[in-house]
Design a protein around this ligand. Structure first.
Ligand SMILES: Nc1ncnc2c1ncn2[C@@H]1O[C@H](COP(=O)(O)OP(=O)(O)O)[C@@H](O)[C@H]1O
Ligand SMILES: [Mg+2]
Length: 110
């Protein structure tokens, strides 16, 4: 297997086009034949809502979202990666931060 190429969209400012850039890049790479894994780290979770549906995302348990990556008690990531309806695009979903009540490192509560 080839080494994965990691692309990060990061900006402090809102409305800078991070979400749309992720969607466009993911779509372009998938169309090109790449296997794409989108990891949503935005507290608003808009990428997840776009790719998976707002209702479906909010019904998830925290261990099925990005929060699981930061929980040292969770070592089974099989529930974290979801196939989207788009071929070749999978996603690690993010819930809006207000709804995530998972303890991180058993000390900090989001
Ligand atoms: N290149 C662009 N041209 C026109 N509109 C854009 C462009 N990039 C983003 N937008 C629009 O600007 C708004 C904010 O983009 P978004 O991707 O949600 O930003 P962010 O995730 O950084 O907050 C959205 O309505 C999006 O459709
Ligand atoms: Mg965004």
């Amino acid at each position: 297997m080839k080494d994965p190429i990691v692309l990060s969209m990061y900006a402090r400012k809102g409305g800078a086009g991070r979400t749309i850039m992720c969607l466009q890049l993911a779509g372009a790479c998938a169309e090109y034949g790449a296997n794409v894994l989108v990891i949503d780290q935005d507290p608003q979770g808009s990428l997840s809502k776009n790719l998976f549906g707002a209702g479906a995302v909010e019904r998830l348990r925290p261990y099925e979202t990005t929060a699981a990556i930061y929980d040292k008690d969770i070592d089974d990531y099989s529930r974290v990666i979801r196939q989207t309806e788009i071929p070749n695009i999978a996603i690690v979903l993010k819930q809006a931060i207000e709804e995530v009540r998972l303890r991180i490192d058993n000390r900090v509560t989001l």
